[in-house]
Structure formats: C-alpha cells, structure tokens
Design a protein around this ligand. Structure first.
Ligand SMILES: Cc1cc2nc3c(=O)[nH]c(=O)nc-3n(C[C@H](O)[C@H](O)[C@H](O)COP(=O)(O)OP(=O)(O)OC[C@H]3O[C@@H](n4cnc5c(N)ncnc54)[C@H](O)[C@@H]3O)c2cc1C
Length: 405
C-alpha cells in the first residue's frame, strides 16, 4: 500500500514510522524546508500515554534520551500561596514517567529516526489540494505544481490543515482560545523548586509556568490573555523586546518569580495564538484521513497534543494493516479514537478557562481551587486521570472490525 503523509510534525513522522512497520510504502511531505517544529514553540511535555504510543514504533527513546522526567505540577496563586499539587501521570511498567523535552529536540529526533529507517522526507512540498481518484486511490497536489498518487493520504498537517478542508469543505477551522503562548529559557534565575516539577501560577493578569531542567536551566511559558485574536501581521510585528516588556508588566503584580524569570531571559521571544478544535465532523472521505492536530487540536494546557498525535498515528497504521479495505480501516480508526480525543480536548478547554478569568471569576477560582487542590492526593488524582494516562497500545494485537470488537 502506498501511503502519502502530509506534514512532518509528531503525527506525520510517527505515522511514517508506523506505516512502514505495518509493511507499507510511506512518503512524507513537509511544507517547510525543515520541520516547523524546529523553529516554533519552546518545549512540551510528552505524557506517559504518548511515550507508550512511541514505544509501539520504537521511537520512545527520542523522548527519554533528550527529555527529562516531570513529576508533579505545583499550583500557586498570584498572591504567592501554594494551592496544591497534582501528579503528571503514573510511571509505565518500565519506570518511564511523563517527560519534558525541547520541541526542536523532539522533532529533530523523530526526523532522524524516519530518515535512518529509509523513509523519504520531501521538504518544500506544501499540499494545496487533494482528491480521491476514480476507481480508488488519492492524488495530492502541491504548491510547486507537482502531484503525487497513493492509496491513502494521511493529513498530519496541523491545526490549519489543508487536508481537513479537502475531506470536507464544511469542516470547521480552529477555535481561538483567547490566550497567547510564549516561553523561553534562562540560567540566571536561582529558584527554590524541585527539578522536573512544574510550578504554575494563576497570576492576576497572566498565567505563568516554569520547570527546572536537571542542569539548572529554567524553562518557562506564559499565556497572556487577549480577547481579540491578534492577526498574523500583528504577531509578526510584535518585537521580542516589546513582548518581553509587556510580559514583565503583566507578571510584576504577582508574588512570584515570574517577572524576574522573564527579565533574565534572552530577548528572543515570540508570541503565538492558542487554538483548539473541539469537533471536526468528517475525519475521512475516500482514501483521505486526518490525524493529530488536523483532526482534534487540544489546548496546550492539556499537555496532551503530541501524545494524542502519536497515539492516532499508531492506531491508524494498525487499522490499515488489519482491516480488509481502506474505507473500513479509516472508519475503524475514527471509532477507536474520536471519543477519547474529544474528551481530552474538552478537558483541556476547561483548564484554559481558568487562565483567563475576569475579576469575579478570579475570586471564585481562588476560593475554589485551594479546596479542590487540598483534597488532591496522588492516588486520588491518578485514579481520576487514569482514563487519559493509562492508555496502552499493543502493536501486535489485531484490530478487529467494529462489530467484532
Ligand atoms: C505553545 C504550545 C505548547 C504546547 N505544549 C504542549 C505540551 O506540553 N504537550 C503536548 O503534548 N502538546 C503540546 N502542544 C500541542 C502540540 O504541539 C501539538 O498538539 C502537536 O505538535 C501536534 O502535532 P501534529 O503533528 O498534529 O501537528 P504539527 O506539530 O503542527 O505539525 C504539522 C506539520 O505539518 C506541516 N504542514 C502544515 N500544512 C502543510 C501543508 N499544507 N502541506 C505540507 N505540510 C504542511 C507543518 O509545517 C508542520 O510541520 C503545544 C502547542 C503549543 C502551540
């Protein structure tokens, strides 16, 4: 089977590895000269369920080698009060925990693996249009005027997916979350926090989080709220120095090291908008299908986007391997994935809402959270979040048709 994969992020690279492992001929097309992930974003967590999915294609070592374990999130109010802590998932059977990794290290590691396994990656190939071919198969058209044919086209082309629109022009686009994303690194800060844990601060005007890497470097992110969605031009024109100044202003009102951490960081910050994609009605048509952010972008607050992308990619390859026809495989993939991913998107959107409260919401939040979090112990939280973290993919298990499952 010839599998065309559009997009070289986590979903696309893992789909390529999984398709090859299933015995298919995979080709990977990426719009940019190199993965967008090498230049955008700062760092992310890969949760234990994501590490488990990567293990199915023997790619987990990318995360375990270049990342570091992240144990708990410690929550603080803007007034400096410690509100409580929640664990970032259980350990896997081999002891692996949820990890934090620089985005560039994750994308580069996956790229190197794809290349080492002999799967061609074609850069500078931006999908503009795709269609089913009469009699079976798919054809992809690229911005450079070229095209490619295959039996299946996997759209792993991110939250602004062109494949999603090719599958059904009525499919919705992403929903702006009312928040921005930025982050950076500093070695200057001297903080009293357990390395690997996240410290997250519900500041008065801006949510802020940081973690200390094993070598002492502080990795941080902030979510400045903005009710109106900044345009691409506005984001582009915002200078790093102006962004840094604005952040310091937003964070200085809180009793936390946040403003100082931002001041101490190199002024090379960038701002992106935060989106999610709660419900895409049509995931597949003919031989075309979407996975990862293209199908169901989750808010970064969930810490699950990369993990779900990896899960999707592996489950889809299993379905294509085990079901008799492409349409049957794509339908089975959707039935195995939709409920789970939409539940995570909803959970992530709830987390986001706590980050952009007005005065009344803030007061209620600051009253409720200490009560909720003071009751949170590891065992209770692990049980509550088990549906998300305890998700195992057994590569060798045969996927049965829906009615036999
Ligand atoms: C600031 C921020 C922090 C985050 N933190 C976390 C976190 O801690 N944990 C977590 O799990 N997730 C996090 N996420 C979400 C996570 O990054 C995404 O869910 C994940 O990267 C999705 O992977 P993907 O491969 O589906 O999409 P992407 O990583 O967006 O990859 C899509 C790829 O497709 C390419 N592409 C796009 N259009 C085309 C086209 N037309 N033709 C060819 N190629 C195309 C792009 O260039 C890109 O390389 C965060 C996201 C952001 C923005």
């Amino acid at each position: 089977m010839r599998v065309l994969i559009i997009g070289g992020g986590v979903a696309g690279t893992v789909a390529a590895l999984a398709a090859q492992q299933a015995g298919f001929e995979a080709r990977l097309f990426e719009a940019y000269d190199e993965s967008a992930g090498l230049n955008h974003g700062v760092f992310l967590t890969v949760a234990v369920n994501g590490i488990d999915a990567l293990r199915a294609v023997d790619a987990h070592h990318v995360v375990l080698d270049a990342g570091f374990p992240s144990g708990h999130i410690q929550f603080h109010s803007g007034s400096g009060k410690h509100l409580g802590a929640i664990p970032l998932g259980p350990a896997l059977d081999d002891g692996s925990a949820t990890h934090t990794i620089r985005r560039a290290d994750l994308y580069r590691g996956l790229y190197e693996l794809v290349t080492a396994r002999g799967i061609p990656i074609e850069h500078g190939r931006r999908l503009v249009r795709a269609e089913s071919v009469p009699g079976g198969g798919v054809r992809a058209h690229f911005a450079d005027g070229t095209s490619a044919e295959g039996d299946v086209l996997i759209g792993a082309d991110g939250v602004h997916s062109a494949t999603r629109a090719a599958i059904d022009p009525a499919n919705p686009g992403p929903r702006y979350a009312g928040l921005g994303n930025t982050g950076g690194f500093t070695r200057k800060a001297n903080l009293d926090a357990k390395p690997g844990d996240y410290v997250m601060v519900w500041g008065r005007d801006c949510f802020f989080g940081y973690t200390i890497a094993p070598d002492g470097e502080v990795w941080w992110f902030a979510n400045p709220p903005a009710h109106r969605e900044p345009s691409r031009a506005e984001l582009r024109d915002l200078t790093p120095a102006a962004l840094q100044e604005r952040l310091v202003e937003l964070l200085a009102v809180d009793r936390s090291p946040a403003a100082q951490i931002v001041r101490d960081s190199a002024a090379d910050l960038g701002l992106t908008n935060q989106y999610d994609l709660p419900n895409v009605p049509t995931w597949h048509a003919g031989g075309m299908v979407v996975i990862g952010d293209a199908a169901h972008a989750v808010s970064p607050s969930s810490g699950q986007g990369a993990s779900l992308a990896a899960e999707d990619a592996v489950v889809l390859a299993q379905c294509l391997r085990d079901l008799p026809t492409v349409p049957a495989a794509l339908a089975r993939y959707e039935s195995l994935r939709r409920e789970r991913v939409e539940r995570v998107v909803k959970w992530g959107a709830g987390m986001n809402n706590t980050k952009k409260q007005g005065l009344v919401g803030r007061v209620l939040r600051d009253l409720a959270l200490p009560l909720i979090l003071s009751r949170a112990d590891d065992a209770r939280e692990m049980a509550k979040m088990s549906w998300m973290f305890n998700h195992h993919i057994d590569w060798n298990r045969t996927v049965e048709p829906a009615d036999a499952a």
